[in-house]
Design a protein around this ligand. Structure first.
Ligand SMILES: [Zn+2]
Length: 428
């Protein structure tokens, strides 16, 4: 039987409506030779680290336990907001909870079936939470490792910068790996563009469009190499997509200060009521000693003009989040408008001030919530039963990627929230 493999390419933050013949001729050309998905949604919070964990596990955050780009941990003196992006967060999480992700990743499931490798040029946390317990290989500038956390050093390390040049260098390494004798069953390439430029430039501006072009140039190299694998008879499922989209930032809201001013939080640095900012959304935790304040906090937040939707109690399950009194008492999406920016890109949202990330995003791209554009990643599937020239309107989520990959490999996808994506018939 021909060898079955899967190759995944993520163009971080590329929203579906920006995949057009003018912006991204390679992607639209690929879509014509593959299956295009018209109804793909991200996760909540729609951030890279959560997306990475959900793609890797096929589960929503309430099942895998990674609750944001920033996430609250309960420590002896109260709640602490941690950036999941930092290399050391994995060990903070293990120290606080005794584990990393709560469910197996694809790397773990494939360890005895040819293995998994990820090359990632986004944050260390997003790379590491694809395979936090080192069942496969993870290549990242902050440190690369193989099974058992054995470090890859020297020429095996991935010493690159975030952005287009680093993406290009990483892609060459990835492509060489694809053709090597020890190539894994699942190979994932996670590009930093156009996310890297979208956070620093207006969406649809010339530098942002150039960043989409850079991602396409990387994809072109991958397509060449996937073509060679197919020529030698390998049965390759290729998934090319993004993890979430972006909205234009209207401005920042200092939610913690607003809670202090309303008498609902003891002080800026107090640990009984703490916000985990996630761009256009936030998660709020309340320690048991302050639980009597929760109804007043809910009422206060619902009354704010920048609060779009508040999820509390059983409503958290609807967005894939746990009901956890301390680290996830409630979640809020920030206000959104449909206005169009100077480059004809629609959608803008308020974001939550993040004191650990002081740079301004005003007028630039951000994500994290449930806005229509940040919840509209793109997905193209080719091979492994996904035929050319098809458009699927079947609703697809990031949690469906892992079971789809496992189906192609002939392996079970037990215990996942997602389901293998149905093959569209030619009439769709
Ligand atoms: Zn992302």
């Amino acid at each position: 039987m021909n060898r079955r493999r899967a190759v995944v390419v993520i163009c971080d933050s590329l929203r579906r409506d920006l995949v057009t013949p003018a912006n991204s001729p390679l992607l639209t050309g690929l879509a014509a030779r593959a299956t295009w998905f018209a109804d793909v949604r991200s996760v909540f919070p729609s951030t890279t680290r959560v997306s990475s964990a959900s793609i890797a596990t096929g589960c929503w955050p309430r099942r895998h336990g990674l609750l944001g780009n920033c996430m609250l941990l309960e420590q002896p003196d109260g709640l602490h907001n941690h950036s999941v992006g930092k290399p050391a967060f994995r060990e903070h999480l293990r120290a606080a909870t005794g584990r990393t992700l709560w469910v197996p990743t694809l790397a773990e499931r494939l360890a005895a079936h040819g293995g998994a490798r990820i090359y990632s040029n986004v944050s260390p946390g997003a790379a590491y939470f694809h395979d936090p317990d080192a069942h496969g290989h993870v290549y990242h500038r902050a440190g690369s490792y193989g099974p058992g956390h054995v470090p890859h050093t020297g020429a095996q390390a991935l010493d690159i910068a975030s952005g287009a040049a680093g993406d290009a260098e990483m892609t060459e390494r990835f492509c060489a790996m694809l053709l090597a004798g020890d190539a894994p069953t699942l190979a994932t390439l996670w590009l930093s563009e156009p996310d890297h430029s979208g956070h620093g430039q207006a969406l649809g501006s010339p530098p942002h469009l150039r960043a989409i072009g850079h991602a396409e140039a990387c994809l072109a190299r991958v397509l060449e190499h996937v073509g060679r694998l197919r020529e030698r008879g390998e049965d390759v499922l290729l998934l090319v997509g993004s993890d979430h989209g972006m909205e234009t930032v209207l401005g920042e809201i200092d939610v913690e200060q607003a809670l202090v001013d309303a008498g609902l939080k003891d002080g800026r640095e107090s640990r009984e009521v703490v916000v985990a900012p996630n761009g256009t959304s936030f998660v709020l935790g309340v320690m048991p000693a302050a639980a009597a304040r929760i109804p007043a906090i809910v009422e206060f937040l619902r009354g704010q003009p920048w609060c779009a939707e508040l999820f509390h109690g059983e409503a958290l399950a609807r967005i894939g989040m746990p009901q956890d009194q301390s680290v996830c008492t409630l979640a809020v999406t920030m206000g959104h408008v449909d206005s169009v920016n100077a480059h004809a890109v629609a959608g803008a949202s308020w974001i939550v001030a993040d004191h650990a990330d002081p740079k301004s995003y005003d007028g630039r791209g951000q994500h994290g919530g449930l806005g229509v554009n940040e919840q509209a990643p793109f997905l193209i599937a080719q091979g492994g039963g996904f035929g050319p020239g098809r458009v699927s309107r079947h609703p697809v989520g990031l949690v469906d990627y892992a079971p789809t990959i496992l189906r192609h490999l002939g392996l079970p996808a037990d215990g996942m929230d997602g389901e293998a994506i149905p093959f569209p018939d030619s009439s769709n």
